[in-house]
Design a protein. Structure first.
Length: 410
């Protein structure tokens, strides 16, 4: 898919380079358009080098282009094939022109010409942001379905403190992905996702934990939310931001996660257990910090298997998906777990592979059902999350149900 990034003239123009990178990481083809003022802050060459495409800077033939031949019509054609237009930073001037239909350069002309969704991320001085003229323009744009990624508050380049600082790049990229992947095929579903690694305390300052970063679970939650589901994210501690629109329930131990999941089970239509759950906890928890004094033996007791309990209590129409991180005999362990736990599918992760799995942005998995083992090759966790959701939804299709009844001989 192709995204056009419009850059207008503000101090934050340099941050558009990070946005371009963030969108490229999502396998999007990015075309940059710059206003004249933006070129005073950043050289078009920066964006050309990042994107591999000539930056569009003018409505007319650009003397900068190698071929000297790109016409405004060609430019416009190319830009009109875009799947989204995102303007970051969007200055007060650009917002005003968009709101009033003034088309005096390429970016403002493109805004009028495109039928693709438009996202603006304003950045400006706090007084300009608060000015009734700017606010009225934003209202006009919002009424026309332009997505506005509101600026953050903080120290501004002008030395003032207040709203006007360009929103976090991740938030802008998320808004772009939101409009691109608005599939809505999970509308009506309530997806409960567990994520992160549970912790079992040894004493008030130490715990037994695991290396799960929560990234895969959070990516699943974000993808499901974006596809129209109500999402309940039951999360053990992570360093991640809860994806916008998800209802988060934070827990620490396996028992807390179990309670949180079981308490909400009747609301869920799909349960995705991506959390890395502690299988054991210390039999006794020291009330005070343990002191060093020779060898120490910990006595551990097993925790409850939440997934098995969910399967036991499931309604017939509920889908239950487990995750398994394995280091050897991956497929054999996966099959065993699938049958033992009674889940509809297990997302199987070979964590011994380099560059994927724990704490990585990328992953490669096998989606294992009783009938099939579907290889999902290495990609970003966010992309993978959509593929996994596609496979989960496929479990609901009649062809699958038929295949299942065939195997049971019914
Ligand atoms: N799981 C769970 N409750 C537990 C342990 C695991 O719900 N107490 C879930 C995990 O969230 C995951 C799936 O079970 O979806 C598989 O987790 P894993 O730790 O791989 O399975 P175990 O049953 O612990 O098997 P083993 O330790 O033998 O690998």
């Amino acid at each position: 898919m192709k995204v056009t990034v419009g850059v207008s003239g503000g101090i934050a123009a340099y941050k558009a380079a990070e946005l371009v990178r963030a969108l490229q990481k999502q396998a999007l083809d990015v075309q940059v358009v710059m206003t004249e003022a933006a070129q005073r802050f950043v050289q078009p060459l920066t964006f050309a080098a990042l994107t591999g495409h000539q930056v569009i800077t003018s409505l007319w033939d650009s003397p900068d282009t190698a071929e000297h031949e790109a016409s405004s019509i060609e430019h416009m054609d190319a830009a009109q094939t875009t799947d989204a237009l995102v303007v970051a930073p969007a200055t007060a001037n650009v917002l005003a022109k968009f709101a009033h239909g003034i088309a005096d350069d390429f970016l403002t002309t493109l805004y009028l010409a495109t039928t693709a969704p438009v996202i603006v991320a304003p950045a400006m001085n706090v007084n300009m942001w608060q000015h009734p003229a700017t606010q009225a323009n934003l209202e006009t744009l919002a009424a026309r379905n332009v997505r506005i990624v509101a600026p953050d508050s903080g120290y501004l380049a002008c030395g003032m403190i207040g709203a006007g600082r360009l929103a976090e790049i991740d938030a802008i990229a998320e808004a772009v992905l939101g409009v691109l992947h608005h599939r809505n095929d999970l509308a009506g579903e309530t997806v409960m996702v567990t994520a992160g690694g549970t912790r079992e305390a040894l004493d008030p300052v130490r715990f037994l934990g695991n290396r799960s970063s929560g990234k895969m679970g959070y990516a699943m939650a974000e993808a499901a939310q974006r596809r129209g589901a109500r999402v309940i994210l039951v999360t053990a501690p992570t360093a991640l931001r809860v994806p916008a629109g998800c209802e988060a329930v934070t827990v620490i131990t396996t028992e807390e996660m179990r309670q949180a999941v079981l308490d909400r089970l009747d609301q869920a239509t799909i349960v995705i257990k991506a959390a890395a759950v502690a299988d054991y906890r210390p039999r006794v928890q020291a009330g005070q910090k343990l002191r060093r004094s020779g060898p120490l033996t910990l006595e551990l007791e097993p925790t409850q298997d939440i997934l098995a309990e969910v399967v036991e209590r499931r309604r017939p129409d509920m889908l239950v998906i487990g995750f398994a991180a394995e280091t050897e005999d991956v497929l054999a362990h996966g099959r065993d777990k699938l049958l033992r736990k009674g889940a509809d599918a297990i997302v199987l992760n070979d964590v011994s592979r380099e560059g994927v799995g724990f704490d990585s942005e990328r992953n490669a998995v096998t989606f294992l059902t009783r009938e099939r083992a579907i290889e999902l090759p290495e990609m970003t966790k966010r992309e993978l999350a959509d593929h996994i959701l596609d496979e989960i939804l496929a479990l609901r299709r009649p062809s699958h149900v038929l295949a299942e009844s065939d195997t049971t001989g019914d």
